[in-house]
Ligand binder design. Structure first.
Ligand code: FES
Length: 498
């Protein structure tokens, strides 16, 4: 699976594996846009740090993003106002608007070539019955003092639209070029970014954290968990207040056609559109068709996106397709700040709800200020230790119910079956001699068997026939057919036999 940004990953990088024990002030774990943005702010403030990434820098979630930099986060402002009030929502909007400006300033200051461009972002509905929801959102934005929004009845794309809001002066960029450029700027000076360095555990001793990678130790005062899903479960309990959602993207060559703006619809299934230029051609990114990770069989998720591409531009050429997992917090506001009330010097940034390109910058500023003991005016909005059960009861019930099904109920639904009856090119969990086994038979009938329980908290996995992976419906871990982890929070391989 390759994204449109994939070719930019390996160019001119000099990061190595950690090859010595290190003592530092801050250890950032995770080398995507969030970790690197935090690293950049620490670098600007002359704070001593190291960054550890278990794979290649920027090769995971950042690489799979559609890379919109925007405060247009779906219909969120009326929802947040109802839940948390006007002041909270105003700060949320302002923090994200500032992030667009901050990113543009960094690009300008560091002279980064990453195809940054300002463009308008639109939220629209295709349903007459949802017109009032869009109008209410617009009213809320006006009340919040947003001057850069406009209510429209049409959008400039050949798809049905009943009502839309335009957010002016939003932006898009190449997320890999941006993040790697920042990483190279930091590393050229300090040689403190390490890739292919997997953290095994984090222990606290004498007021410091000892971070164990397979071969070396990092001793540090502060830890920042900037991994996609926090690699530590306790005492943060993020697995109880977050789930993962998978969305699908195709990149389409639409030739010399012009395409302006970034679009997302309100209803399901999601349609998300934005364009970029490559070799004088316009490449359209069409995304959507989201599902909760591990929830359903995902066999034809790309075909409707391709159908839309051909409808919009009959001569479309499909260049590549990929999917990505996003962490969704229960109230759709990211968790940024102290990891828990009991770990004063451990910080986290997660739950970006698909808008991580923008909120990674918010996170970088909040966490850097917290380390510097400086007041940040947005800290209280994104506070990671918040847990307002009464305001999010529906979402909490949803997460608890899904977890209960996969942890307990579904395990008893598996039927005794003969492996021979499973057709080729199929994955399934069956019972053999009273034991549940995950079976995948490839096109030639070769059998791959796994123990079908997630190595995170033992939920029953489901087979994803689109990617040929085993996915966890509880918190979104994913494993390949050999049981290797391809998406966290799981960190351990699951048992595999042939
Ligand atoms: Fe938590 Fe699987 S991801 S149990």
């Amino acid at each position: 699976m390759k994204s449109i940004w994939d070719n930019d990953i390996n160019q001119n990088n000099k990061f190595s594996i950690l090859n010595d024990n290190i003592s530092t002030d801050v250890c950032i774990i995770g080398g995507g846009i969030t970790g690197i943005s935090i690293a950049y702010e620490l670098f600007k403030n002359n704070i001593d740090f190291v960054l550890l990434e278990k794979d290649k820098i920027c090769s995971k979630t950042t690489n799979f993003s559609s890379a919109k930099i925007t405060s247009q986060h779906g219909i969120i402002y009326s929802e947040l106002t109802n839940k948390y009030g006007e002041e909270f929502t105003k700060y949320y909007l302002e923090a994200n608007n500032n992030a667009i400006f901050n990113i543009q300033k960094i690009i300008e200051r560091e002279n980064i070539q990453c195809d940054f461009k300002y463009e308008d972002a639109y939220i629209f509905t295709q349903n007459v019955s949802d017109v009032n929801i869009i109008k209410d959102e617009y009213k809320t934005l006006n009340k919040l003092g947003s001057k850069d929004v406009e209510l429209l009845e049409n959008i400039d794309v050949n798809i049905n639209c009943c009502q839309a809001i335009k957010f002016k002066n939003q932006a898009s960029f190449n997320p890999v070029k941006y993040t790697l450029s920042l990483a190279n700027i930091i590393h050229n000076k300090n040689k403190n970014i390490f890739e292919n360095t997997c953290v095994q555990n984090i222990k606290e001793k004498d007021g410091k954290y000892i971070i164990n990678t397979s071969n070396y130790l990092v001793t540090t005062k502060y830890v920042v968990l900037a991994t996609h899903f926090p690699i530590k479960d306790i005492p943060g309990f993020y697995f109880l207040k977050m789930y993962q959602n998978t969305s699908y993207i195709i990149a389409v060559d639409i030739g010399t056609n012009e395409f302006n703006g970034m679009y997302i619809n309100y209803e399901d299934p999601t349609i998300s559109l934005r364009s970029l230029k490559q070799n004088n051609k316009t490449i359209l990114l069409i995304g959507g068709n989201n599902n909760k990770t591990g929830d359903i069989d995902t066999i034809d998720k790309y075909s409707s996106l391709e159908k839309l591409a051909y409808k919009l531009y009959p001569n479309s050429k499909i260049l590549c397709r990929w999917n990505t997992q996003d962490c969704i917090s229960i109230d759709k506001v990211p968790y940024i700040g102290r990891f828990s009330k009991y770990t004063r010097n451990m910080f986290v940034a997660t739950g970006f709800n698909k808008w991580g390109m923008t909120t990674s910058n918010v996170a970088a500023n909040i966490i850097t200020d917290m380390i510097l003991n400086k007041q940040n005016k947005y800290e209280w909005v994104f506070k990671a230790t918040r847990y307002k059960l009464s305001k999010n009861i529906k979402e909490v019930y949803y997460i608890a119910n899904q977890t209960m099904q996969s942890m307990i109920v579904n395990k008893f639904k598996i039927k005794e079956e003969n492996i021979d009856t499973i057709p080729n090119n199929t994955g399934k969990i069956i019972k053999v001699n009273g034991k549940n086994i995950g079976i995948y038979k490839n096109e030639d009938g070769k059998i791959y068997k796994i123990n079908p329980y997630c190595s995170h908290l033992k939920c029953l996995l489901t087979f994803n026939s689109l990617d040929k992976t085993w996915d966890c419906p509880c918190h979104g871990s994913r494993f390949d057919i050999y049981g290797n982890v391809i998406n966290s929070p799981a960190s351990k391989k699951i048992e595999y036999t042939t």
